[in-house]
Design a protein around this ligand. Sequence first.
Ligand code: RUQ
Ligand code: CUA
Length: 618
Amino acid sequence: MKSTTLAWGSAALIAAALVASRCAPTAPRGAKRAAAGASDIAVAAQKVFVAPGDLDEYYMFASGGHSGNVYVYGIPSMRHLSTIPVFTPYPATGYGFDDDSRKMLGGLTWGDVHHPSLSETNGDYDGRWLFVNDMNGRIARIDLRDFKTKQILGPVANISGNHSGAFVTPNTEYAMMGTRFSIPIPKGTAAPIEKYATEYKGVVAGIKIDKTSGEMSLGWEIMLPPFNFDLGDAGKKVSDGWMFWTSYNAERATGKLEVTSAQRDRDYIAAVDWRAAEKAIAEGKGDVIGGVKVIDPKKVPGIVYLMPCGKSPHGVDVAPSGKWIVGSGKLQGVTTVFNFEKIQTAIRNKDFTGDEDGIPVLKYESIKEAEVPVGLGPLHTQFGPDDYAYTSLFVDSAIAKWKLGTWEVVDKVPMSYSIGHLAAAEGDTVSPDGKYLVGLNKLSHGRHLSVGPSQPESSQLVDISEEKMKLLYDAFTEPEPHYAQIVKADKLHPIEVYAKDENKHPLATWDVKDAGVTRNGSHVTVKAVLVRSTITPTSVSVNEGDTVTVAITNIEQTTDELHGFGLLDYNINVVVDPGETKTFTIKADKPGVFPYYCTNFCSALHQEMQGYLIVNKK
Ligand code: RUQ
Ligand code: CUA
């Protein structure tokens, strides 16, 4: 098939379309319904209907953007099941109020989560952990055993604006990070903006993951030119061992980037041989910057290569076979498919057209396999069985279905409106399921009852089980879904209570007789026991100026028997799950009497579950 490439001069036209697409049309109520045949609606309704008491087939883990959360949905019902707070305090689960989670948040009360990444074994989701990026140079691990955030790593040295994470490798050796906003490194160094091209740096990093515990630590960092590193995907199968990162602003421009960074015909995808990076660090190569070893590709060649890709690529997605690397230039009408074998051949033959700060630039014509005319504004690609690929089109506000190998576009379905990411069932693994695909749209204009200026995002469920894609359902999701992943529900085995003998907390208290107050100078420790329907002790007396640590154990062993501990006027609300112990610490700097009470409805006598903190004036 002949490929069509959009003339670069039409970038302005696309930019206009980007703006125009923000004014999506409003249809009168009922009109859309009439447009789809009544029978189609009945079929769609049946496909998404999960009867009361029945369970969904898949979990969807959706990024919560600048809410700092991860949202969990059931597929196909699209019902919101749970919110996992990660980078933001969340009183509903007491996150960010107890000592451990407060320490983990490290004084930041927001994060910007874009890319959830489920742990993998041999390229398939294994249901153990979920890693997510935060723009504030951090990465977090959620344990899928209890759906809780267990570790936040960072801010990591030299990484600024970590958009290009947290993509894991096929055996979860690494989760990745990368700089979107280049800065002079180490952090804390200032350089005039005029020196952007030479003194500002992009950095990508591999975060090592312990196989057993999931504990994250810095593996390696690579210093790169000041491009804006955007998305990434790890190679798999034949391309296992490689990592691909898109970037825009090959111009190294500053100022009005929408103009200044769109001058050149091509930007780059950085291809990184991460095993070579790992080896270089093990051999002690790299310069210490910001307290960590950073590989300079000029001094350590053979680790990074640049693949030219159509204007301002956004998503890069590796096909299930690992053979094809799909790079989507968001200012184009095509998506570009690279051939991994050809990339390797070009590297071997030194088939370069130049370099950027000593990093070889591979010859585009030598590594490109196809330019697929998917439509305007391609962003991200997911995969299905039988070599089908699905690409989101922001400008066209649609999803294109096309075939790997023949590069034919076979179907399109409109999205309402302006799709960003898309997520297919296990659609970025080595064995995609097909069945369902969710379009994660940026605009929902007019598709729901008005809730004022802050409109919900729209996520649309699409049936991809047949030749033609069919829209099944509109759901409205919390701000701000970027990427999401959909995993078979039976891969996860969440616990519902913490078993008593697994609770190793040093202040755990399992018997109301052991509850009470001990004093050590001005430090008071309260051991509290929560069980239906009493908080023991029912009152605590301390002195103004004391530091008070309260350790709360919920001794229930029954599913869903959570208790809360809300302390008025001291800004505390801790929620404790069955069998769990949590601590919080306050400085008793306000004298008076302060009620505490169970915030989580637990029994008929939930209202009675209360007590008093008495702070005696000095
Ligand atoms: S992004 S709409 Cu932050 Cu993943 Cu592409
Ligand atoms: Cu315990 Cu409500």
